[in-house]
Design a protein around this ligand. Structure first.
Ligand code: HXC
Length: 257
């Protein structure tokens, strides 16, 4: 494989990216960041892929950015490299992305999961932003995405104390869409991804764009944006197929156009 810190495979129209630095609990070093972003972008360009799942191991989704790599960096190192800005390219992926999280999702691991469109959690999952204990703060969007996901009270407490949330608390708080038995996590994530991938890819992209707009704009502007995008779905062959299939009582076959 062209990658050393991740594994990639495809199953039908679903792509799977598995973080694979087991000795470091999948700590996100620069190489892993480059590889995840490169793999996700390549799958995003592949019209044969309709959903991307990102997962780790049973023990750790990812225990954070690589502390050993960051330890000796100076302000000028991180400023001039715009350290971690590369992750923005993952947020810009248009194909739906799912994080399947078991074990630790700490610091950058929690942030990586939150960059994905939604999180499916094993009952073993633990989420946290422990950066403050290292003398830093979240740097891959954690203070922003966690606050939008769970509200100010929990986000503040987690960023200020480093306290971890277990899977059930994360579900109650709205950070994860569902909690699954650890043994079922990956199969269920792949099934959910397959159900997305059999829909119309351009329409799924539009749905994703519309939901994401809710985080970036006012309600009035967001509803206006949604309506325009909704109108534009009527320019797709897949809208015709979806509605025709319904009236003919058959399963639609989307052509992704
Ligand atoms: C580098 C890491 C690591 C990390 C674990 N390891 N997390 N290496 N960076 N973030 C390494 C350990 O050094 C160890 O390697 C091996 O993985 C196994 O970890 P252990 O600590 O022995 O395992 P355990 O006792 O089970 O404890 C698990 C843990 C603990 C609770 C997850 O590893 C931990 O607290 N890790 C750091 C969590 C953290 O602070 N994350 C936030 C990082 S900062 P060796 O070779 O020593 O045996 C971050 C910032 C983002 O993400 C942006 C702002 C800068």
């Amino acid at each position: 494989s062209e990658y050393e810190t991740i594994l990639t495979e495809t199953r039908g129209r679903v792509a799977l990216i598995t973080l694979n630095r087991p000795k470091a609990l999948n700590a996100l070093n620069s190489q892993l960041m480059h590889e995840v972003v490169a793999a996700a972008r390549a799958f995003d360009r592949d019209r044969g892929i309709g959903a991307i799942v990102i997962t780790g191991s049973d023990r750790a989704f990812a225990a954070g950015a690589d502390i050993k790599e960051m330890q000796s960096k100076s302000y000028m190192d991180v400023y001039l490299d715009d350290f971690f800005a590369e992750w923005d390219a993952l947020a810009a992926v248009r194909t739906p992305t799912i994080a399947a999280v078991a074990g630790y999702a700490l610091g950058g691991g929690c942030e990586l999961a939150m960059i994905c469109d939604f999180i499916l959690a094993a009952d073993t999952a633990q989420f946290g932003q422990p950066e403050i204990a290292l003398g830093v703060i979240p740097g891959i969007g954690g203070s922003q995405r966690l606050t939008r996901a769970v509200g100010k009270a929990k986000a503040m407490e987690m960023c200020l104390t480093g306290r971890k949330m277990d899977a059930n608390e994360a579900e109650r708080a709205g950070l994860v869409s569902r909690v699954l038995p650890a043994a079922d996590l990956l199969d269920e994530a792949m099934t959910v991804a397959a159900s997305i991938a059999e829909k119309s890819l351009p329409v799924a992209m539009m749905a994703k764009e519309a939901v994401n707009r809710a985080f970036e704009t006012t309600l009035t502007e967001g509803v206006r944006f949604e309506r325009r995008v909704f109108h534009s779905t009527f320019a797709t062959a897949d809208q015709t197929e979806g509605m025709t299939a319904f009236t003919e009582k058959r399963t639609p076959v989307f052509e992704n156009r």
